[in-house]
Design a protein around this ligand. Structure first.
Ligand SMILES: [Zn+2]
Length: 113
């Protein structure tokens, strides 16, 4: 059955993004010197459960995104207007911030509390 528009789909988008973020949390940073400036593969944290796009962020860039529970790193074109807005557009990725219900879900599922 197709998802109804509105509340439910926004919720699903937010939950999909939480799953992607949890996958990224399991990526270990490389241990050598300058590790925070090395590029690490991350999965796109957009709301599409089937998205397999990869992003390359430095550890420092990713930590900056993760400093706010409501923020996610995604491929530019994967923005879901109903659930989030772009707060920063970088060369390799966009940083989006959830609003309303999507933000509450993102915060409730933050693996870092
Ligand atoms: Zn994506």
């Amino acid at each position: 059955m197709p998802q109804p528009e509105g509340r439910t789909s926004v919720r699903q988008v937010a939950l999909n993004e939480v799953v992607s973020r949890e996958a990224n949390e399991r990526v270990d940073p490389p241990a050598e010197a300058g590790w925070d400036l090395s590029l690490v593969d991350r999965v796109c944290e957009c709301g599409d459960a089937d998205c397999e796009a990869r992003l390359r962020l430095t550890v420092a860039e990713y930590e900056e995104v993760r400093g706010d529970s409501r923020r996610f790193a995604i491929v530019h074109e994967h923005l879901v207007h109903a659930a989030e807005r772009v707060v920063e557009r970088r060369e390799r990725y966009s940083v989006v911030e959830k609003f309303a219900e999507a933000a509450a879900i993102a915060e409730a599922h933050d693996p870092r509390g």
